[in-house]
Design a protein around this ligand. Structure first.
Ligand code: CO
Length: 166
């Protein structure tokens, strides 16, 4: 059974590995990721967040009835046009902050069968995908945040723990 990995656990800072085998383990992992995400009420989840150090991301749809899986996702275009929105993260519960990201992106990725797909994204989905791909590169939204809007004290506490090894 997977559990959610929380900041400041070190796996969240590692670069996830490229997926090379599109096997049953990958499919099962994506289903487990969806179950965890739904249970915790998130809209996106990346492999490292469940201690699966591979380049896989899932994004829930807005009514949380369905989800999309992105394997080895790469952003090939970021619009210069950016917007600021409030982000949170299942690995940083009860902490929220304002992050500036590109409004539109072009994405290439593979599906669970290994088929190559290209997609243009905008709006919330574009923001969520950028947040999740950051996870695959060991980057968290608190690294990009312009302002913490909720949980400032909690974050301070966690950073203190990290810096002082307690
Ligand atoms: Co996150």
């Amino acid at each position: 059974m997977f559990k959610i990995i929380k900041y400041p656990e070190i796996i969240l800072r590692k670069t996830a590995k490229i997926v090379t085998s599109f096997d049953i383990e990958l499919k099962e992992t994506s289903i487990e990721m969806y179950n965890i995400m739904q249970k915790l009420g998130g809209i996106g989840l990346a492999g490292p967040q469940i201690n699966f150090n591979k380049r896989i991301v899932i994004i829930g749809d807005l009514n949380n009835k369905d989800y999309s899986v992105y394997v080895n996702p790469e952003i090939t275009y970021f619009s210069n046009d950016k917007e600021i929105s409030e982000e949170g993260c299942l690995s940083l519960p009860n902490i929220f902050g304002l992050v500036k990201r590109s409004k539109k992106i072009h994405l290439k990725y593979k599906d669970l069968e290994g088929n190559k797909i290209k997609e243009k994204l905008k709006g919330l989905k574009s923001v969520v995908i950028q947040h999740e791909i950051d996870h695959l590169n060991g980057i968290l939204f608190i690294d990009r945040v312009e302002e913490i809007t909720k949980g400032k004290e909690k974050l301070k506490e966690l950073k203190y723990k990290l810096e002082n090894n307690v």
